[in-house]
Each structure stands twice: as C-alpha cells, then as structure tokens.
Design a protein around this ligand. Structure first.
Ligand code: FES
Length: 197
C-alpha cells in the first residue's frame, strides 16, 4: 500500500472514532429524556464538550410558575362582610359579600363579570368604568384624583356618577353599593366596542 493511501485510511479511521464517541456521549447523556428535553440530547453531552464549557452552569434555571391570576380576593371575615351589587351589561344583578379593601375590578374579575381592566388596575385606561347607581353613595366615596379624572374623560358614556372600578375600594361606608357596568368601554380590542350604549 502506498504511503498516501495508508495516511488516508488512518485519517478516515480517526474521523469514524470521533463520530462514534460523540454519538455515544449524546445517547447516554442524562439529558436524553422525553419531551422538549430530547432536543438537548441530540447535542453533545458535557463529556464531549471542550474543557472550558464542561463546567459551564447556566445562571438562570428554567422554571415554570402559574400565570398570575387576576381578581384574587379573599373571603370576608365573619361579621365583616360588605355587600356590593354589580348590574351587568344585560341588566342582571349580581350581589357579593366581600372584604374591606377589595376593589371593584378584583371583585368583578373574581366573579367572572365582564370588566376588562386592561391596565391591571394602575389607573391607565378606562376599561373598568362603572356607574354608581345612587348619588348618595357616590358622595360617600373619596373624590377621584387627577389620574382617575383624566382616565374618566376617556371613558365611553361618562356620567355624573362614573368611577373607575379599580379605584373603588370597599369599606364599611360603601356597604350596599350598587354599580352598573356600561354597555361599552373605550378599548379597540374589546369585543363589545361596536355595541350601542
Ligand atoms: Fe385600567 Fe382601572 S383597570 S384604569
């Protein structure tokens, strides 16, 4: 055999050995499990990586956590129940017993009523617009601040007793509050945008 042929054969054998080593490492890797992790197993294991990468440990681990749930409220303590009634867009009344400090957005969302709360209660939209039914009860509430007034100016169907639900917190004084949901809110993504008020 010529020298050139012998050298070529040795090179081919070395390449074959490398492929076998990498393939074995990939399939015996502890990452070789089912599901999304399988993708990782097709890459080389740590033993097949350069020394500088073998000790690499990601700073952030992948974790899973439940999506934040909106409208979480705790049941009121016995003897401290506050009653609030929400009249939905279809005119149906829903009465709840809630705790002091619960705001109307959380109460509505916890009870699957249609109050969008696009900004998450940070007074930066008007999709939690409610209309207080009773002027006397409206007067018992703290005055809306400038931010709330700015957002109320954008609310569809503004009335004299309009408020933002996320800014109204239940209290002893507001026990028995009744509010109405407007038939439409000013949010281009709301499914009811085109409905007439
Ligand atoms: Fe946006 Fe109330 S949820 S202002």
């Amino acid at each position: 055999m010529s020298l050139a042929a012998s050298t070529a054969r040795q090179s081919a054998r070395r390449v074959q050995q490398c492929i076998s080593t990498v393939s074995r490492a990939a399939h015996t890797s502890p990452l070789h499990t089912s599901g999304s992790r399988r993708l990782l197993s097709t890459q080389t294991s740590r033993t097949a990586l350069p020394a500088t990468l073998r000790t690499f440990t990601p700073k952030r681990a992948f974790t899973t956590s439940p999506a934040l749930s909106h409208g979480h409220i705790d049941p009121p303590k016995p003897g401290q129940e506050r009653r609030v009634t929400v009249i939905d867009k279809e005119g149906e009344s829903h009465t709840f017993e809630v705790s002091d400090g619960d705001n109307l957005l959380d109460i509505a969302q916890a009870n699957d009523l249609e109050m969008e709360g696009a900004c998450g209660g940070s007074c930066a939209c008007s999709t939690c617009h409610v209309i207080v039914n009773d002027g006397e009860m409206y007067d018992k509430m703290e005055e809306p601040d400038d931010d709330e007034n700015d957002m109320l100016d954008l609310a569809f169907g503004l009335t004299e007793t309009s408020r933002l639900g996320c800014q109204i917190k239940m209290s002893k004084e507001l026990d028995g509050l009744v509010v109405k949901l407007p038939s439409m809110t000013r949010n281009l993504q709301a499914s009811d945008f085109a409905k007439k008020g």
